[in-house]
Design a binder for this molecule. Sequence first.
Ligand code: NAD
Length: 361
Amino acid sequence: MKSYKITLIPGDGIGPEITESTIRCIKSLGVNITWDIKEAGINAIKKYNTPLPEETIKSIEENKVCLKGPITTPVGTGYRSINVALRQTFGLYACVRPFKVYSGAKTFYKDINLVIIRENMEDLYAGIEFEKGNEKTFSLINTIKQLTQNNISLDSGISIKPISSSGSERIAGFAFEYAKKNKRKKVSIVHKANIMKFTDGLFLQSARNIAGQYPDIEFEDIIVDNMAMQLVQKPNKYDILLCPNLYGDILSDLCAGLIGGLGLSPGANIGDGIAIFEPTHGSAPKYEGKNKVNPSAMILAGVLMLKYLGEDGPADILENAVGQVIKEGKNVTYDFKGENSSGVVGTIQMTNSIIEKIKKY
Ligand code: NAD
């Protein structure tokens, strides 16, 4: 039997609970994994005085695969997002988020099965920001005035949105290869090129160049605001959405809402030979330690990880077990049915139920 050493970052908030669920499920599948447990975020600051310790970085570098729980990012002040830092550090340029309706989930639609492929490094997430009132910000405002004759109010903060043709072609190549490998038929390129001609326009042009190399895969482009509406009205028309970073982030939550909530939506961040798997949702601090939240997104992130490792058999068993528990609706968390409904249980009990299904295979 193959064995793996994988970095495990439980994260904070609800992270440790849903990580525990995932580890228990994977263990019951019999896949031989040694978990190299590391810290990041608030927990790491207490111990290492930095939110992203060298030890954690080294572990991911060595193991090449990481399973990660959600990590809290302080809003406005404090350290920058560790999630973004990890993607930048390891060049995880592709974010892959599948959205599919599991029978029994609370949804308006029954037939959604789409994947968002989001560029993960550029755009407004590049982390190039200028704070209001800072000398550098005044200098930038002056330079912009000289170069463009545009007046930016002196009490502005500024975030920079870089999008390159190389970065856009790379993510488009990834999306079309993904479509080919997974027998998907259509790629919809999401943009706002009518307004941001030099950034979104470049993204669109670069993606079109790549699309030309894949004549068997249908290709269209769609403006992001229209995309949001189309997704709400006709989500089953879409297959793969190829998005720049920010739109991919926002549409991911929209799609999560369409399939029954964030608790059902896993994600993979993939670079060249290295990958981090995580749920799409955050650390939901208000539910920390309450044995309340849905472990499915993190468990399904485990499914994506197993598939990445080539463990397709165990991955399918795990996904089917999650699907069966959701379909039966006898042991599911509050987000499937609403508080105090019959069949609503905690994180641990839902996990137990998934493991019982796994054992029947
Ligand atoms: P969140 O995803 O943590 O929670 C939003 C709401 O979604 C919750 O209040 C809850 O109602 C619901 N929810 C989330 N996960 C759920 C689950 N597993 N089961 C059932 N319901 C669930 O979003 P937020 O409140 O905006 O962010 C909280 C923190 O998480 C912030 O610090 C944010 O920066 C961080 N965050 C981290 C990641 C990551 O680690 N990749 C991603 C998003 C947000």
